[in-house]
Design a protein around this ligand. Structure first.
Ligand SMILES: Nc1ncnc2c1ncn2[C@@H]1O[C@H](COP(=O)(O)OP(=O)(O)OP(=O)(O)O)[C@@H](O)[C@H]1O
Ligand SMILES: [Mg+2]
Length: 389
């Protein structure tokens, strides 16, 4: 097996012409890297194990044509394995992979038409920015003028045109990341795969790059899969988010669907600042463990093991509650000032920690009791999400 960057940078050619000899015409070269229509990626029942460790279990997923999909999950949940299977670096044990209607399960890496960005950039340290970006075009034997035109154009896209002649070893982390992005998209791939590309950057640069990557993807239109374990990044950057845990795909949806309609306790915990309180059916309705009745406008899943999802920003202070608000007594434990917001931490019946967050628009919130006193906070029925295990 080729190492990853070498495999990706070797010429890709879907025609039977690998054995051709002789120079190609300029027109032919341009056609080989002309903007290709993006494809739909379909994973069907994919499983992969390493010895006794299951990395993927029966994963089925569609990435729509031109869509930006983020793969989100804790460490070891199978994100990189799935990306590597789409890339062709890892052979699957069971299942199939399609690009549109073509079965590519056994197709070689360098024939899949992929651009890929890795966590550690994998740039050539002895080359300039321009030479790094030109590399995939040179291995595809494009003419000199066409290479220059494309490199200039993509460097403008990532705002590095002024640094084309600089050696990549003299760049900042964010600039290197932009070079890696430019190199991944310069040959107009149908698919772009990125594995935690921003993890080496500090928070503010990461946030800036998230927006840039999103804009770049919309400009080039390639179907994109992007791995992260940062929920905010996943929601900021993706059209849809696929949440993985323990080798399974748990839920896939738009950021709003994932946040507002989590289907399992895992998704509810993993996304947002949430506490899950156990609830039990009481006749046709629900009650908290201390017997307090609970009204919800959301569907209640079947089964006996149910949880109320309390999002910190949806919780209401006593003064914000109305007569329809579900009320919950908490013992105040801490009030933490965080500049833009106030985090209020309390303990509900059964010792569960409940957080309440308030944006600070007009200075501090007054009238909060002292630590150790009871506060009757609330959650409205339209915010009371119930999930199964
Ligand atoms: N080459 C390998 N050999 C053995 N086990 C592996 C190999 N690659 C992955 N695994 C195992 O497969 C599981 C999934 O790994 P994977 O790298 O896909 O997780 P991940 O979601 O990308 O995690 P992280 O966020 O830490 O990068 C893990 O339990 C991991 O230890
Ligand atoms: Mg990984």
């Amino acid at each position: 097996m080729l190492s990853r960057p070498e495999a990706l940078l070797s010429p890709h050619d879907d025609s039977p012409g690998d054995s051709r000899t002789g120079p190609r015409s300029a027109g032919e070269d341009a056609a080989r890297t002309a903007a290709q229509p993006p494809v739909r990626i379909s994973a069907r029942g994919i499983s992969k194990s390493y010895g006794t460790t299951a990395a993927l279990r029966d994963v089925s997923l569609d990435v729509k044509t031109g869509e930006f999909l983020t793969l989100l999950g804790p460490s070891g949940s199978g994100k990189t394995t799935l990306l590597n299977i789409v890339a062709g670096f890892v052979r699957l044990d069971a299942g199939q992979l399609f690009f549109d209607d073509e079965d590519v399960t056994l197709k070689a890496v360098n024939r899949r038409g992929l651009g890929m960005v890795f966590q550690n950039y994998a740039l050539f340290p002895h080359m300039t920015v321009g030479e790094n970006v030109a590399f995939p075009l040179r291995v595809r034997k494009l003419g000199r003028q066409e290479v220059r035109r494309r490199v200039d154009s993509v460097l403008r896209l990532v705002k590095l045109e002024a640094l084309a002649a600089r050696n990549v070893s003299a760049l900042s982390g964010g600039q290197r990341q932009r070079v890696a992005l430019a190199r991944a998209v310069v040959f107009s791939p149908r698919i772009v795969l990125m594995d935690e590309p921003l993890s080496a950057l500090d928070k503010s640069l990461r946030e800036e790059m998230q927006v840039e990557i999103r804009h770049l993807q919309k400009r080039i239109g390639a179907t994109t899969m992007y791995v992260t374990h940062d929920q905010r990044e996943a929601m900021t950057i993706g059209d849809r988010v696929a949440v993985m845990n323990e080798a399974r795909l748990i839920q896939c949806g738009t950021p709003a669907e994932i946040y507002q309609r989590p289907q399992t306790a895992f998704v509810a915990r993993f996304i947002g600042e949430s506490t899950l309180l156990p609830v039990r059916p009481q006749g046709a309705s629900l009650a908290l463990v201390d017997g307090t009745p609970l009204r919800t406008e959301h569907p209640v899943p079947s089964g006996d093991e149910l949880y109320l999802v309390l999002r910190a920003e949806r919780m209401l202070l006593p003064a914000e509650c109305t007569e329809k608000t579900n009320r919950l007594a908490i013992v105040l434990r801490d009030v933490i000032y965080q500049g833009d917001s106030l985090l209020i931490i309390g303990e509900a019946a059964g010792g569960m920690q409940v957080s309440l967050r308030r944006q600070l628009r007009h200075g501090m919130i007054g009238g909060l009791p002292a630590s150790g006193e009871t506060l009757r906070v609330g959650i409205d029925p339209d915010s009371a999400i119930i999930v199964g295990p």
